[in-house]
Write a protein that binds this ligand. Structure first.
Ligand code: PMT
Length: 400
């Protein structure tokens, strides 16, 4: 997503400047070309050399630098930028951006650019709450800028409140979202399920599986980064919510079923990456089951098949339905049976015995099988890239 993108990173004078170093580093590692423009205030907190060392690019601090890389620096950077990110953005820099002032290299570049603008405020809570700041942020929003945060927590002043610069992973999510807003899924609603459901045996024990939720979360992020509005019905227990994705937390198969059925009427596509329990304990004990030393048998009842339940909703002109099949043998044959049995538009057959694939891994190896039972074997890819390959198919199905 970020590879080859030109990011102008505006850094203004806040103690949160130290976090911008991490952002510049992560953007560069992701393959972006990062041009940092620092305000005078920012140079009092961290040095231009620190940014230059991380981005391997000149850092702009002076609008009148005779040794600048470009003859008319602000115009060149403004033209080449795919996105302008101001992080941290102080009260003063937000006010200048809102008014369209151009009295330093950053604000001059911003008014000269057509690139999308992402503003990540960082300031004391009272400064953030001030009506002038709120009005300025609203003015930027109305002009199409994306405002990222601020987060809530302990501030440098010792106060607690809204004013913290978002952390790097969240900012990266906002940047990917802003870059992808006009993508091929813009205006579409995609419902994704993720994680392994947990079926209670008693108040302390559950029947569950090894799904971490990574595949579903990567899919949700990939759909967001192509412009979709994403609803993530999640049974994952340990993953942070992806920025700008609506997360509906669930635990059991029945809760996941209810949540999916509630959201699919507005959906253009449903992608079931979750590992849903096929069976649940017939009834959960009210109290913790005591150890007796005797054999314990727990009767199981089948759960509702969620994909099958959505079939009635997806009439002509209905939504695209995509399943996954986690298989340990006869991958393609078993997955083909599921395509037909659940009347799916597409299935991602997941070989969970393959190295680096399936539960908990950051990568996955899947074979795509469509409604006509055509087979496409994909190589080992990151889960985000697998998500994109599935979304390529979804986007194509939605165009027809
Ligand atoms: O979460 P990770 O750690 O990243 O691991 C990813 C994964 C291995 C969980 C994922 O890639 C995957 O394969 N998910 C589907 C696992 C699975 O339960 O497959 P299945 O063959 O049991 O089910 C087939 C399809 O029916 C799935 O899309 C499943 O979500 C759906 N299903 C299953 C049971 C049920 N009651 N209702 C359903 O809709």
């Amino acid at each position: 997503m970020l590879s080859g993108k030109r990011v102008v990173l505006g850094v203004t004078g806040s103690i949160a400047c130290y976090k911008a170093l991490d952002l510049a580093s992560k953007l560069t590692q992701a393959g972006a070309l990062v041009d940092v423009i620092m305000s005078y205030g920012a140079t009092q907190f961290v040095t231009p050399l620190a940014f230059r060392s991380l981005t391997h690019r000149p850092v702009v601090t002076d609008a009148f630098d005779a040794n600048a890389e470009y003859a008319v620096e602000h115009v060149e950077l403004a033209r080449q930028a795919d996105i302008i990110v101001v992080a941290p953005a102080t009260v003063h820099s937000i006010a200048k951006l809102a008014l369209g002032l151009a009295d330093d290299p950053l604000t001059t570049t911003a008014v000269a650019s057509q690139a999308p603008l992402l503003v990540a405020p960082a300031m004391d809570a009272d400064m953030f709450q001030h009506p002038a700041t709120q009005e300025n942020l609203e003015r930027l929003r109305l002009r199409g800028a994306v405002i990222a945060g601020p987060g809530r927590g302990r501030l440098a002043s010792g106060l607690t409140g809204y004013g913290r610069l978002l952390e790097t992973p969240e900012l990266l999510g906002y940047i990917a979202y802003t870059l992808g807003r006009q993508g091929d899924l813009a205006g579409r609603v995609i419902v994704v399920s993720a994680g392994g459901t947990a079926e209670p045996i008693d108040p302390v024990r559950v029947v569950t599986n090894h799904s971490s939720g990574k595949m579903g979360y990567a899919l949700a992020e990939a759909a967001r980064d192509r412009g979709a509005r994403v609803v993530l019905v999640s049974a994952a227990r340990a993953l942070p919510a992806p920025p700008l994705v609506e997360v509906v937390p669930v635990a059991t198969a029945q809760q996941m079923c209810d949540a999916v059925l509630a959201r699919t009427p507005e959906a253009d596509a449903l992608i079931m990456a979750a590992a849903v329990a096929d069976y649940r304990p017939l009834s959960a004990a009210d109290q913790k089951i005591k150890k007796t030393g005797a054999e314990l048998n727990i009767p199981l009842a089948p759960t509702t098949d969620i994909l099958a339940a959505t079939l009635g909703q997806a009439g002509p002109g209905g939504f695209v339905r995509v399943g996954f099949a986690a298989e340990s043998e006869n991958l393609v044959a078993n997955a083909k049976t599921k395509v037909t049995a659940k009347s799916l538009d597409l299935i991602a057959a997941n070989d969970i015995t393959s190295e680096g694939s399936g539960f908990g891994a950051d990568t996955n190896r899947v074979t795509l099988i469509d409604r006509e039972l055509n087979v496409e074997e994909l190589p080992l890819l990151t889960k985000y890239e697998v998500g994109n390959r599935i979304l390529d198919r979804v986007a194509r199905l939605l165009r027809h």
